[in-house]
Design a protein around this ligand. Structure first.
Ligand SMILES: [Zn+2]
Length: 608
């Protein structure tokens, strides 16, 4: 069993599906007798379906009167909204996609609202922790993790005698003619024992760190520059000018975002790029950088060659083609000819010199087509398997290709998505504070090297305050108007990049955490690395106007039990380079932050 976890797919219970009354398929069930006073911690990943919520972990009470159900998968907020709506109204609403000319496509919600804490159904990453008290009065904990990206409902059902945990495949997305073999169904990995949420989070960290592809931990996260600061308004000249500035800054991977392609779905460069994708790759490689390229691998523009020549490859749902991100259709990756087309396109891009594949939009589509190679009642499950097939084949053919997941802000999150990607974004706003929150949310479970951060221009923020969260973790992806940056901005960026490079790490036990503060902390937002084995650590802070003049101290984390007992430490201002010595007692009393102005700070400590 991986890291103390057990995979359970107990004898699935197959409902009697009929056109009028399809039922949910129960896949796994775990009974925990005597557990009471139950809470669950739920990670809500970023999604444009709930874009003002931010990346957040909620702790929710589970009681006999208040069952909870976590909804994972690609469309989790929209699905949870439907389920809460049905829960409140006693209805049975199919999952669907919105329609209409004004529909912008990154939203999947058709009814209801994004989940609120008092409701039963919550969108969630494919893992959670549960804490409770057992029959003997001891603190007990459970960690769960899903190993597939299908829409899965994880029920937490408390009664007077204990807790039942079960997974269901909802009838809206899963009503197969025949139930697949147990190993083809989403498995629930569970580990439980004495402890609390923190104990279970540590179990998950071990499991997830072991799931991250090993090549992502071979090298520290790169510095990346991406053209999305211009949106799709890019051409060969602009890309070339962007590459020049990126190369001067020491960028290691330059990604050309949406707008390079002639048609989504065909994946050839627009005519203005001499030499096509291979020509773009040469532009990057000649400047000493690797080339990253944006794709919406599972999508097809209505006027693309693939959609016009093979309309039968498009996913259909409730009798029509989906209109999803940027008004594209979805290809059904559960249909073998469509899947093989997508693989061939991506393989061609990698052969043309793409080193870093940034994929976005809908790669797992819902499909109920009667004419595809999959069971029409299990199209989403086939799409999940098809997407894994494409990623695994690509990986095998191009062992050095790195794959970044940027789906609607990095969803879905589960063991297989982690296993198939070298990094994921945590936030899609490209803004500093949202990235800090995402880094903290992912940092509870995942190594800091697995949390890409997009940085757009935010001229309303002091530059160092904006930069603060980007100095911790990575990959750091510059997305602004690099050729338009002033000399002073470029020089500040060079200093920031030097700090990032000094501290970035491939270590899978390094995480992004809250730095501990004391004093009047309102208006001070921080992000820190966990200490290295020798105790060295970096913390960054953004000081906002309300905190100017406040007395605030940072208390570095002092590792105990591993020999870090140094009596003298060095505190370094990473921006200015000044250093001073402090005693251990002074370190424990806290390092005063410079709050003289609203700005960004980067402080480190290490043993003298
Ligand atoms: Zn299909």
């Amino acid at each position: 069993m991986p890291h103390g976890f057990e995979r359970i797919v107990a004898h699935p219970e197959r409902p009697d599906h009929s056109a009028e009354r399809a039922g949910d398929t129960i896949v796994a069930r775990l009974r925990l007798d005597g557990w009471h006073d139950v809470t669950v911690r739920v990670l809500h990943p970023f999604t444009w379906d709930a874009k003002f919520r931010g990346f957040r972990i909620d702790e929710l009470v589970v009681s006999p009167a208040r069952p909870r159900t976590l909804v994972s998968g690609a469309y989790s907020v929209a699905d949870a909204a439907v389920l809460n709506h049905d829960d409140a109204h006693g209805t049975r609403t199919p999952f669907d996609f919105p329609e209409g000319e004004m529909h912008d496509g990154v939203l999947y919600r058709t009814v209801g609202h994004s989940p609120e804490p008092h409701e039963r159904y919550h969108d969630a990453a494919g893992w959670c922790t549960v804490a409770a008290i057992d029959a003997d009065g001891r603190a007990v904990a459970l960690a769960t993790a899903l190993d597939r990206s299908d829409a899965v409902l994880l029920d937490l059902l408390a009664d007077d005698h204990g807790l039942t945990v079960q997974t269901r495949l909802p009838w809206q997305a899963f009503r197969p003619a025949e139930l697949p073999a147990a190993d083809a169904l989403p498995g629930l990995l569970v580990r439980h024992g004495h402890g609390d949420h923190a104990t279970a989070e540590a179990w998950l960290r071990e499991l997830l760190a072991a799931t991250v592809p090993s090549r992502a931990s071979d090298a520290p996260p790169p510095l990346i520059a991406d053209t999305w600061g211009f949106g799709t308004d890019i051409d060969a000249d602009r890309v070339s000018a962007f590459f020049d500035v990126a190369a001067d800054l020491g960028v290691e991977v330059v990604t050309v975002d949406k707008g390079w392609e002639d048609h989504v779905g065909d994946w050839y460069a627009q005519a203005g790029y001499a030499g096509g994708v291979a020509g773009i790759a040469a532009l990057a490689h000649d400047r000493g950088m690797r080339l990253g390229l944006w794709v919406g691998a599972g999508n097809a523009a209505p006027d693309s060659r693939v959609a016009t020549e093979h309309p039968d490859w498009l996913a259909t749902w409730n009798g029509r083609h989906q209109v999803v991100s940027h008004r594209n259709h979805s290809l059904c990756l559960g249909h073998e000819p469509a899947r093989d087309h997508v693989l061939a396109c991506l393989d061609r891009l990698a052969s043309d010199g793409v080193d870093w594949l940034l994929h976005d939009f809908e790669t797992i589509s819902r499909c109920d087509s009667e004419h595809h190679t999959h069971d029409p009642g299990a199209g989403e499950a086939a799409g999940v398997a098809g997407w894994y097939f494409v990623l695994a084949a690509l990986r095998e053919a191009h062992p050095n290709l790195l794959i970044e997941n940027c789906w609607n802000g990095g969803k879905p999150l589960d063991l297989q998505m982690i296993a198939h990607h070298d990094t994921t974004i945590g936030d899609d706003w490209c803004r500093s504070e949202e990235n800090r929150l995402a880094a903290l949310g992912l940092g509870v479970y995942l190594p800091s090297t697995w949390t890409s951060k997009y940085m757009g221009d935010e001229p309303n923020l002091p530059l160092r305050a904006q930069l603060a969260p980007y100095l911790v973790g990575g990959p750091w992806i510059l997305m602004g108007d690099l050729p338009g940056w002033t000399d002073s901005q470029l020089s500040e960026m060079q200093r920031a990049i030097a700090i990032y490079r000094e501290w970035r790490t491939a270590a899978t036990d390094a995480r992004a955490v809250h730095p501990v503060l004391s004093g009047t902390t309102a208006g001070v937002r921080g992000l820190a690395y966990t200490p290295r084995p020798d105790g060295a650590q970096l913390a960054t802070f953004a000081v906002a106007e309300p905190a100017v003049g406040a007395e605030v101290r940072w208390h570095p984390a002092l590792r105990s039990g591993d020999g870090v007992t140094a009596e003298t430490w060095i505190v370094r201002d990473e921006w200015g380079g000044t250093e001073h010595r402090v005693t251990r007692a002074e370190l424990e009393a806290g390092i005063p932050l410079d709050t003289a102005s609203a700005d960004g700070l980067a402080l480190s400590v290490r043993r003298a």
